[in-house]
Design a protein around this ligand. Structure first.
Ligand SMILES: *Cc1c(COP(=O)(O)O)cnc(C)c1O
Length: 361
């Protein structure tokens, strides 16, 4: 049995080295004569592994010392609600820049705890762009400004982080965290579901400025308070031990590969290759996103004849290119090019696209 090239949007491909190491260590982790899933999270070995994962992540992203790194649960979706729970008073404004599906969800879920307001949106063009900074209608008294740096379904990405003054910037980075170097100090809070670029689903990585944890806008059960999780080193209750472990292996792998500068170069090269295959196809393949907002992580495209799209997806799967069907909200094709997807996979896709266009011209 051989593995296929996997373009899944999430849960997504993991690095081969990480999977092989996890496999090798599964039955006897770290001399424990048990797997990492079967030992106490409060034991010395697990605590050391957890601390190393955190310090590797801090090194990769050069996280400043006045930020906490949290390993949480609930998916990004839970934090759409939990962020305003922790940062905004009842009825207080929170500004949202919406450039796709996930931003819309964040606004709707956040509305249970704050006056979530769409301060800028690219809905009018079907989320084919990022709203220009000049048009953002920001409230200087807002609890925070929320952005989605990469929209996984609509295939748009913010290239460069716009300034928002003194209001803390909150970012859902579920599908682009660790894909290129990042200046964490520009953000108040970053959160990411792990299943795109870090590890398995069920784990959420959060990076939050300590000052923000002092906000106490309402009484909350401990389990919903980020400050409690931070005080307990993310072990307020039993964490997702398997997810934390795999995330740690991914961080080690990223360091071995040359860190985020190298990942940024590779991801740019992969995206350039695929967008060129689309743009140079004479209209056979089409991407509707404005070039300046094209995502390096999720490349969406259509065929000139939509009736051919299911044929394309099925033929690609047969050729060992998996999970290319676009999200059901948009249709079309989507190729996700996260860190674990090597450039050889993108070359194989490009060659398949050229062959398909010839065969179904
Ligand atoms: C996948 C994704 C989500 C949803 O993540 P869950 O873990 O399913 O809650 C949210 N935001 C973005 C940008 C995503 O890519």
């Amino acid at each position: 049995m051989s593995r296929a090239w996997n373009f899944s949007a999430g849960p997504a491909a993991l690095p081969m080295d990480v999977l092989q190491r996890a496999q090798a260590e599964l039955l006897d982790w770290n001399g424990a004569r048990a797997s990492v899933m079967e030992v106490s999270h409060r034991g010395k070995a697990f605590m050391e592994m957890a601390a190393r994962a955190e310090s590797d992540l801090r090194e990769l992203l050069a996280v400043p010392s006045d930020y906490k790194v949290l390993f949480l649960q609930g998916g990004a979706t839970q934090h759409f609600a939990q962020v305003p729970m922790n940062l905004a008073a009842d009825g207080q404004r929170a500004d949202y820049i919406v450039n796709g599906h996930w931003g819309e969800k964040a606004v709707a879920e956040g509305a249970f705890y704050a006056d979530t307001r769409v301060a800028a949106s690219s809905k009018a063009d079907g989320y084919a762009s990022i709203p220009a900074r000049a048009g953002w209608d920001l409230d200087p008294k807002a609890a925070y400004v929320h952005v989605t740096t990469n929209e996984t379904i609509h295939g748009v990405e913010m290239h460069g982080i716009p300034g928002v003054g003194n209001v803390p910037l909150v970012a859902d980075m579920s599908s682009d965290i660790l894909s290129h170097p990042l200046d964490v100090s520009k953000f108040g809070l970053i959160y990411a579901g792990a299943q795109k670029n870090i590890g398995p689903s069920g784990l959420v990585v959060m990076i939050v400025r300590e000052g923000l944890l002092e906000r106490r806008p309402r009484p909350l059960p401990k389990i919903f308070r980020y400050a409690e999780h931070a005080a307990a080193d993310s072990m307020l209750n039993t964490p997702n031990t398997w997810g934390w472990y795999l995330a740690g292996l991914t961080f080690q792998w990223l360091k071995q590969q040359g860190g985020l500068a190298e990942m940024g170069r590779r991801n740019q090269a992969k995206a350039d290759l695929l967008y060129a295959a689309i743009d140079d196809s004479g209209g056979y393949y089409r991407n509707r996103v404005v070039p300046a907002a094209r995502s390096r992580m999720n490349v969406i495209f259509n065929l000139h004849d939509p009736a051919l799209e299911p044929v394309f997806v099925a033929g690609a799967a047969e050729a060992g290119l998996l999970a290319l069907k676009g999200h059901r909200a948009l249709g079309g094709i989507r190729a996700s090019l996260y860190n674990a997807v090597p450039i050889d996979a993108v070359r194989a896709l490009r060659d398949f696209m050229a062959g398909f266009a010839k065969a179904h011209g």
